[in-house]
Design a binder for this molecule. Structure first.
Ligand SMILES: Cc1cc2nc3c(=O)[nH]c(=O)nc-3n(C[C@H](O)[C@H](O)[C@H](O)COP(=O)(O)OP(=O)(O)OC[C@H]3O[C@@H](n4cnc5c(N)ncnc54)[C@H](O)[C@@H]3O)c2cc1C
Length: 372
């Protein structure tokens, strides 16, 4: 029996779900709000963990292609003191494959493969329990009915209200990102500072991480504790004003570290929001959530990994027991909540320690995760 299945959102969760179903010859429609794959910058590099994102790619039959594209050397991590002193300098061994990095755009294209995504189809509302099934309303005024609607539409999900009244709340930590292009040619000193992977500096209630992507592109992430309206009066599109305010925030840090901000091209403000640590809902036949839509948590290396594994697992379960859709989804939700709750606790505690009044806490986190 073939069910009418829609997935809302073409991020890591939605595409992995669709790709694994596609591999099992099960039809699925992906609706994505963006008008095209390259409609906006894809974001920074992602490290995919062996038992999470890599396992999901294996289920999608894409592990070999990921291994060919990914950068194991990108796992390298250097930690500096605010004055530039090197505190830790960890490099992966030649066979270290626990968390290789891949650019988000490369991962998206890998997952997209043969999938037929309906671009420019933003969803406004999902209504379960109609005589036709679950009704999906689109921003273009159209509506379509399905047997199962999977909400993989991220932090501000339009599917989630069909299941849960909960909305994300601010963590008290904001981030401003910038990036540098062609770093090896234009800024060789900074290229050496960053190395093959990342360089991180932790101060009092703030941090700065610069991370190498492929092609000489570097993403710089600042994080700091601040009220949500810290930038009131600042125009985020005003590059010089954003740069000055960041340089003031990180005043006194070593000159090469500040150079990462001085040479940044554009600045993106990203306040960190989260859902409650153990977000669950009463099961509603015909609708479920994956990834950030279900369990938005601090961005500390788990979100995309969980999103992908959930997508792969739900797809495999549906393909294995296609007649029993509702029971399959119910069992999947129980399993997702347990694992996501565990990671939400870990990442919430991690954010507290990585953007902390005591920078030694951040170093202790690194030493726990990456014992030398
Ligand atoms: C700075 C930063 C760094 C991170 N680093 C890592 C990392 O190294 N490792 C890791 O595992 N995680 C990382 N994360 C977290 C990770 O990005 C997310 O957890 C992950 O992208 C979630 O995937 P998703 O598919 O659930 O949602 P998303 O990636 O948000 O995708 C949702 C998709 O749905 C679409 N959409 C939204 N609304 C609608 C709508 N109404 N109708 C149709 N489509 C819609 C969006 O356009 C988007 O394509 C990081 C996050 C940030 C912010």
């Amino acid at each position: 029996m073939r069910h009418r299945i829609a997935v809302i959102g073409g991020g890591p969760a939605g595409l992995t779900f669709a790709r694994v179903l596609h591999r099992r010859d099960h039809p699925v429609t992906v609706f994505e709000r963006d008008p095209a794959p390259d409609a906006r910058p894809p974001g920074g590099t992602l490290d995919l963990h062996e038992g999470l994102g890599q396992l999901a790619l294996d289920k999608a039959g894409l592990l070999g292609e990921y291994q060919a594209l990914s950068r194991p050397e990108g796992q390298a991590m250097r930690i500096l003191d605010m004055d530039g002193t090197v505190l830790r300098d960890w490099r992966p061994g030649p066979d270290e494959r626990a968390n290789p990095e891949i650019d988000r755009g490369q991962l998206r294209d890998l997952l997209l493969g043969p999938l037929d995504v309906q671009w420019g189809r933003g969803v406004t509302e999902v209504v379960p329990g109609t005589p036709d099934g679950v009704l999906v309303h689109f921003a273009d005024g159209r509506q379509e009915a399905f047997d199962l609607v999977v909400g993989a539409d991220g932090a501000w999900s339009r599917v989630r209200p069909a299941l849960s009244p909960v909305t994300p709340h601010y963590t008290g930590v904001s981030s401003v990102e910038t990036s540098l292009d062609d770093v090896d040619t234009r800024y060789p000193d900074l290229a050496r500072l960053i190395g093959d992977g990342s360089v991180a500096v932790y101060g009092v209630n703030r941090s700065l991480v610069a991370q190498r992507n492929s092609g000489g592109h570097v993403k710089v992430y600042t994080k700091f504790r601040a009220p949500l309206d810290w930038h009131a009066g600042l125009d985020p599109a005003d590059v010089e004003a954003m740069r000055s305010s960041l340089l003031a925030l990180f005043d006194g840090w070593a000159a090469p570290v500040l150079d990462l901000l001085r040479h940044g091209t554009a600045f993106v403000h990203r306040p960190f929001y989260v859902l409650p640590v153990s977000h669950t809902w009463d099961h509603v036949p015909g609708v479920t959530l994956l990834g950030d839509a279900a369990h938005l948590m601090p961005p500390l290396g788990a979100g995309a990994n969980l999103a992908m594994l959930e997508g792969a697992e739900l797809a495999e379960s549906i393909a294995a027991a296609p007649g029993d859709l509702d029971e399959v989804v119910r069992a999947f939700e129980e399993q997702m909540w347990v694992r996501a709750g565990k990671w939400a606790k870990i990442t919430t505690a991690g954010l507290e320690r990585l953007v902390s009044p005591d920078p030694a806490e951040a170093l202790a986190v690194f030493d726990q995760v990456q014992p030398s």
